[in-house]
Design a protein around this ligand. Structure first.
Ligand SMILES: Nc1ncnc2c1ncn2[C@@H]1O[C@H](COP(=O)(O)OP(=O)(O)OP(=O)(O)O)[C@@H](O)[C@H]1O
Length: 461
């Protein structure tokens, strides 16, 4: 039995529209027609098709690059690109942009039938997979690992909030998993096949944040050579995660409020307001209520953001999660068998974990990177290994203990010794800074780029 479906045919040639839709209807498909990119987007938003046949060069620009930019907007429907020029490179670029397949004009009806049937079958399989994943997802841990009552409750709330479109504000100290919660809300909700876009409001200079979020139009400032979509547009029908929202400059708070109120925004230099539909999840480690009280954060924005508040507790308040998370990070860090000694587990239990889960992860990964497997191939991490990885203790180090004139320990070459020392100092600095690359580079007197190159070379990234 051939699969039939709803096909959006986006092409500006009337003759092709007539012929194409007659062929497709003849095969039993329902067809919607659109003559340009905007019409295609609007038709898809109003009545999402199972498959899109897309001409890459349509009015008003007749520019294949603009056509390519349209491809991802039809996700999750597969897009088959139809091109007037049997252009090999363009077809490859279309596939890179996410197109499922391509067809060259003039169309061969048999080819069209086969390509459409394959694309619809692919869409059916993808929908089936998503349904199975959603079913399995209901029972999984949403990537939020831990057995403490606090974490169970958090997971439960995430599961219940994910299907709703409610804005969520995630509050908690740094490194407690706020971004993880935002990702879980997205992944367990109906927008999971659309983008999750994270904006680190504190990391982007105030003057750039507006154009990052809302985009800009060509010529709006020096260097704006072309229209550029903002992150809210990229997050359309997906989730926009506003991390460190407490750092958002006052002028931007007004614009964000407007977007939260009615989904409308104005690109920098643009005249016409645009709209996007993004689920908002915001997070901060700051005390927003206190910021409202002292007038540094808008009260109206605060109430808009806090549709629901989720709190990620400090790791110190959920001691039973520590060994579970440590074991998880150890398993992820090493391919082979690995374990903690009882003294390592005691060390883990005693540490205050001021940097929370991020610190725990960094310490375990660091210790795992430095450890050597025993004769049976098992890596055993003791309290000393963890202490050293956390930047506290000193480990017997063949290089540092070398007496002047003594031969290199284990008969390693000078280059190997230097590399081993470099690796140790870098991993130690990474643990001290909670894996913050900028701070680690500064600590070691390297440029950030220089550090990243070394990390890549050593496989430490
Ligand atoms: N419950 C958890 N299960 C597994 N991994 C976790 C958990 N909580 C946190 N992590 C891991 O810890 C690290 C820090 O988490 P995340 O970035 O989500 O914290 P955050 O609160 O957003 O931090 P910040 O405020 O500094 O941005 C990440 O690597 C994350 O994957």
């Amino acid at each position: 039995m051939t699969l039939t479906g709803h096909i959006l045919l986006a092409d500006d040639e009337p003759a092709f529209q007539r012929l194409g839709s007659a062929w497709l209807k003849g095969l039993g498909h329902r067809v919607t027609l659109a003559g340009d990119g905007d019409a295609a987007r609007a038709a898809f938003a109003a009545d999402p098709a199972d498959l899109v046949l897309l001409d890459l060069s349509m009015p008003p620009h007749h520019d294949p690059a603009a056509g390519l930019a349209l491809v991802p907007t039809f996700a999750p429907a597969p897009v088959v690109v139809v091109t007037g020029h049997a252009d090999h490179e363009l077809a490859l670029r279309a596939v890179e942009a996410g197109a499922w397949d391509f067809l060259a004009k003039p169309l061969d009806p048999d080819m069209l039938r086969v390509v459409v049937a394959r694309a619809l079958e692919r869409a059916r399989l993808a929908a089936e997979l998503a349904a199975l994943r959603a079913k399995a997802g209901a029972a999984d841990d949403l990537g939020m690992v831990g057995t403490s009552p606090a974490l169970r409750r958090l997971r439960d709330l995430v599961r219940r909030l994910a299907p709703t479109g409610l804005p969520v504000l995630v509050l908690g100290p740094s490194g407690t998993g706020k971004e993880l919660v935002a990702r879980a809300l997205h992944a367990a909700g109906p927008r999971r096949d659309r983008p999750f876009v994270a904006v680190h409001c504190g990391a982007i200079p105030a003057e750039l944040l507006e154009s990052e979020l809302f985009g800009h139009v060509k010529g709006s400032f020096t260097g704006a050579h072309a229209d550029r979509p903002g992150l809210v547009e990229t997050a359309h029908r997906g989730t926009l995660f506003l991390d460190e929202v407490g750092e958002m400059p006052a002028a931007m708070q007004v614009k964000l409020l407007r977007f939260l109120q009615d989904g409308s925004y104005q690109p920098v230099g643009g005249r016409e307001p645009r709209t996007a539909d993004a689920r908002i999840v915001a997070a901060t480690h700051r005390d927003l209520e206190a910021m409202v009280a002292e007038g540094t954060f808008r009260e109206d924005l605060y109430y808009r953001l806090r549709g629901m508040v989720l709190r990620t507790p400090p790791l110190a308040e959920r001691a039973e999660d520590v060994p579970v998370l440590a074991t998880l990070f150890l398993r992820r860090a090493l391919p082979g068998p690995a374990r903690f000694t009882p003294s390592a587990l005691a060390w883990l239990a005693e540490r205050p974990w001021k940097g929370n889960v991020r610190e725990l992860r960094a310490v375990v990964e660091c210790a795992a990177a430095l450890a050597a497997p025993g004769p049976d191939g098992t890596v055993t991490l003791g309290a000393d290994d963890l202490d050293f990885a956390a930047g506290g203790g000193t480990l017997p180090d063949p290089v540092l203990d070398l007496a002047p004139g003594a031969p290199p320990a284990g008969r390693r070459t000078l280059d190997e010794e230097v590399e081993a020392l470099e690796r140790r100092l870098i991993t130690k600095a990474l643990a001290e800074t909670g894996h913050n690359h900028t701070h680690t580079a500064r600590l070691l007197g390297l440029s950030r780029m220089g550090l990243l190159k070394k990390l890549d070379r050593m496989g430490l990234r």
